[in-house]
Design a protein around this ligand. Sequence first.
Ligand code: ADP
Ligand code: MG
Length: 699
Amino acid sequence: MDKKIPEIYGSLVFNDKVMRDKLPKDIYKALRKTIDNNTHLELDVANAVAVAMKEWAIEHGATHFTHWFQPLTGYTAEKHDSFISPGACGDITMDFSGKELVKGEPDASSFPSGGIRATFEARGYTNWDPTSPAFIKDGTLCIPTAFCSYSGEALDKKTPLLRSMEAISREAVKVLKLLGRDDATGVTTTVGPEQEYFLIDEEDYKKRKDLIFTGRTLLGAMPPKGQEMEDHYFGALKPRVSEYMHELDEELWKLGIPAKTKHNEVAPCQHELAPVFDTTNVAVDRNQLTMEIMKKVAKKHGYVCLLHEKPFAGVNGSGKHNNWSISMTGGENLLDPGKTPDENIQFLVFLLAVISAVDDYADLLRLSVASAGNDHRLGANEAPPAIISIFLGDELTAVLDSIENDKLFDKKGKVRMDIGAKVLPHFTKDTTDRNRTSPFAFTGNKFEFRSLGSSFSVAGPNTVLNTAVAEELSKFYEELKDVPKAKFSEAVHALLKKAIKAHKRVIFNGNGYTDEWVKEAEKRGLYNFRSTPEVLPRLIDKKNVALFKKHGIYSETELKARYEVMLENYCKTLHIEALTMQDMVVKQFLPALLEYTDEVIGSALSKKTLSDSLSTKTEEKQAEILSSHYEKIYDLNEKLKKDVVKAEKIADYQKQATFYHETVIPDMEKLRAVADEAELLIPDEFLPYPTYEQMLFYV
Ligand code: ADP
Ligand code: MG
């Protein structure tokens, strides 16, 4: 690294420091007010900001600008415009106006909209989100924006997220004020996403149609050694991987992304990167950028970065842990148990708001992590189960127990406590047991939602989380708002007690991978949605529509649109996977199998020509086995082909998705099982693509 880190850190970001340096004082103040308090931005302010932004961007080598947004594809989108503006005498000036900064009009017709935007109303708008800093990427000034249709419906992931952040802030402030926090002006939710990924050789990647078209391998037998030795997790970094990570860190730092932790993960070729947490919408933007930069830097090192949830069957897949907390403007973490009793009441109120939210809206949380890719992980004993439950740890569970039963909280005979609602022992992070099997774990001063897939935008899950907690806080407020001061403490205690009684079923500190838990969860009445098609209809369930409408997050139209987009996405993913598999089987695998069978037969024939007494029994047997696999694979592929045709004829997307799940996926699994068995019978060089062994162990 030739430059010092503090020098390069944020060097490509139009951050607060740059704004303070570049903007006239009154303009800076006005902009700050918009950022901090969500107030309207006047055009003259926008104009002044645009000029400063343009000058700064040009100084840093930018020639273009783009409104950078997050359509429902889950990726980011950008359309570049240059700053140039031709003059009358053949000259040019570099221009960028406040209007161009604040609003863009990309053609919206080619982005998924779930039927909201018919193609004749192709117009969409992008609106500047001043709360997420602009940055320079590849010589283009990128302006984070929200994306909506001509008629105002959100067509992106950011708009609902911003709405949910407002909702939780509004509801939390009301509750905080009741609790005597007159200093409460707003709260923000914070997110630190831990990102898992695979690195494989680009040369290998290019030979695998399945990786190219679907991001995961559809065929491939396990090598003699998998991850069972657990020698990769936290292992020493190989020099080439280490070089990659260095450059990745540096590129992220330039963009002001505080990449902090990196290590090898459980599976061979699997790694993780975690940044320092940030305000939710900034964290969302940065995670999107992180995924993009991970892929880009990988190419420079001869790698391909795989972000699919399950690139290799039989090897751990990749997830994303969404660390989440709520803090007051100014930084006080509301999920930090703290040391003083007053704060503890506040902590308990917020803790129970979260617990209630997770219980009441477990279906939505499950839905927010549903995708064809993540279906391979959830409930597969490597990722959290599909049942949403909360891990609290023994100590906090005991505290809640004492509140519920009006018992004195007794911590190992040392600290005699008043009723739990009043006093809570200082709760240290170390006392939380690490429970890797829980989908939603309290980890000292934050919750870790662990069910996200590695390729996900974290916008969706956080939109649900923020909204659900906002709703519980609003219920708490309604219950407490008219209580006279003298009775307030008592009322809070009663409220906590009621919430614990109602929602403790969602708390589970045990091993989530066991069958007993599945049975127990069913007894407790918890949801267990095993697949994406099963859970998606919950998005338009009455209770959930009411929730989103009440807090102004999604209209019913927007929800229906999203439901359709998710279904469509699921069906398309499966369709592409099924076609790719057929293609590989017909054009690559079966020919390879046939070629080797021929070779075996050929060997038998030459033996026979040499001498009648030479035995060809083994070759015959082998040829028989190979031929029988050939036939089975051929037939299973024919069945898959027919079923895909059937699937595509189903007009109703929900029915189509269910058919893919119930019929096409099992077809693919059966076909794969036989093909993988056959793969073990033929020499590697007969295959036109690299095996698992070559991809995972020779990087
Ligand atoms: P793990 O041990 O699970 O790898 P760490 O303690 O290293 O977890 O933290 C993981 C992530 O949690 C980091 O991105 C960190 O910045 C984030 N984090 C820490 N505190 C908060 C918070 N208050 N809100 C949101 N995320 C947080
Ligand atoms: Mg973690």
